[in-house]
Design a protein around this ligand. Structure first.
Ligand SMILES: [Zn+2]
Length: 417
């Protein structure tokens, strides 16, 4: 048995302080060295050394003297936001999406395309050509891009870049990082999409400055991204957060995982669509038939319209889904006692129809001791949260991870997670 000893070397301290200053500049905007010193308790000479290093790495720049204060005019520093651009990619069950973003999470350009052939090589080719298109349209050189971040559903081995088991694509241990790197010639970081959504919330959304929170992604599937003490919790085999496959109802419907009664089979977007399609075919009265006559063609957009028009079948189905979602969230809160659960995904579009019932079953099932300081919220990041999250795999490395800034700023260097 070997025991590892944590050594804090001078280099580790230096890296930590560089990233700390970058984070402060990201959150606070232009700032002087003396204010940085006051906020961190680092000495002024130490701050000067770090700002010099960050300037030489081209990550920050001196924007001259502040004219705000009377008397002395301190020199202000600011992030060079476009010095670190990355591309976020999401591979969904029937589409791929690519977004170009800078270090402050600004999506400069994004594009989505339908992708019906789900063979790994075909999808990798499609991602590669979409990346080329977006770079061309955004008039950006590949050399300006520091890396590609990829978020995808199912079990993802984030260390080795392998899509282990994505149930909606039917892949088996696909080395997606290698496939993409061979085509795009840029380093790729991969993680589960619920984890990347959690990173988007951590850096740019409702998870900022929170130690422990969970994003619950209710989309075509259901999964959770769990942040514990500021870090993603992956689990031994990258299987943490699979709340979608907790059996929540005896004799429930069949799930994509092969079990019955999973939360995903009851409350996901696909479950809602399938339930409504089935009931319309069985002859249940519903005004959705006036919106789309062919039950097979009913989509989430038709369901949204039917809900707005007060269709009873649609509202009852949403209510049923919300009932189980509330129970699912109470399980997360009883297990992890997080500061917050942030709901993301397509369900946000239905929040006015589902939040009431969801909160009711949540309150009935959550432990009172675990909800004293707890907040339940809907994501505010909008429909680009998925690409923002995928790109955030790199943002997390820039502002926090163990990779040195020099390595991060030089393309094609491997990044150790
Ligand atoms: Zn399941």
């Amino acid at each position: 048995m070997k025991y590892s000893v944590q050594k804090i070397s001078k280099d580790v301290m230096k890296l930590y302080n560089q990233k700390l200053l970058l984070r402060i500049l990201k959150d606070e905007g232009p700032i002087s060295r003396s204010d940085l010193s006051k906020m961190t308790d680092l000495t002024l000479p130490a701050i000067s050394e770090i700002t010099k290093e960050l300037e030489s790495l081209n990550l920050i720049h001196n924007i001259g003297e502040s004219r705000i204060n009377r008397g002395r005019f301190p020199t202000m520093y600011q992030l060079k936001v476009d010095a670190f651009k990355v591309i976020g990619v999401t591979i969904r069950s029937n589409s791929i999406r690519v977004g170009l973003m800078n270090m402050t999470g600004e999506i400069l350009y994004d594009k989505e395309q339908a992708q019906l052939n789900t063979q790994p090589e075909i999808i990798a080719d499609a991602v590669s050509s979409l990346v080329d298109t977006i770079l061309q349209e955004a008039n950006t050189k590949k050399s300006e891009i520091r890396g590609i971040g990829l978020g995808m559903h199912g079990i993802v081995d984030a260390v080795n870049g392998i899509s282990v088991y994505p149930p909606h694509l039917n892949w088996d241990n696909v080395p997606i990082r290698t496939l993409l790197e061979a085509r795009i010639q840029l380093p790729v970081l991969v993680d589960n999409d619920c984890n990347t959504l959690a990173l988007a919330e951590y850096w740019f959304g409702g998870g900022r400055n929170l130690n422990s929170f969970i994003t619950l992604n209710v989309d075509y599937g259901i999964g959770a991204g769990i942040v514990v003490d500021g870090n993603l919790f992956h689990g031994r085999d990258f299987g943490a957060g699979q709340i979608g496959h907790v059996a929540i109802s005896d004799n429930g419907p069949l799930c994509t995982c092969g079990k019955y009664g999973c939360l995903e089979a009851l409350s996901s977007e696909n479950a809602i669509i399938e339930t409504i399609q089935k009931k319309v075919k069985q002859g249940y009265p519903s005004s959705i038939k006036e919106i789309e006559g062919n039950p097979e063609k009913i989509t989430i957009h038709h369901i949204l319209h039917a809900a707005a028009a007060g269709d009873e079948l649609t509202l009852n189905t949403l209510n049923h889904a919300a009932h189980y979602l509330g129970i699912g969230i109470s399980m997360l809160v009883n297990l992890f006692n997080p500061d917050k659960v942030i709901i993301t995904g397509a369900v946000i579009g239905f929040k006015e129809y589902v939040l009431g019932t969801l909160k009711e079953t949540f309150n009935r099932n959550a432990l009172k001791t675990n909800v004293t300081h707890f907040e339940l919220a809907a994501s505010q990041l909008g429909d680009k949260a998925d690409v923002l999250g995928a790109g955030s795999l790199w943002i997390n490395e820039l502002f926090k991870g163990n990779s040195s800034l020099t390595d991060l700023l030089h393309e094609n260097k491997p990044v150790s997670l």
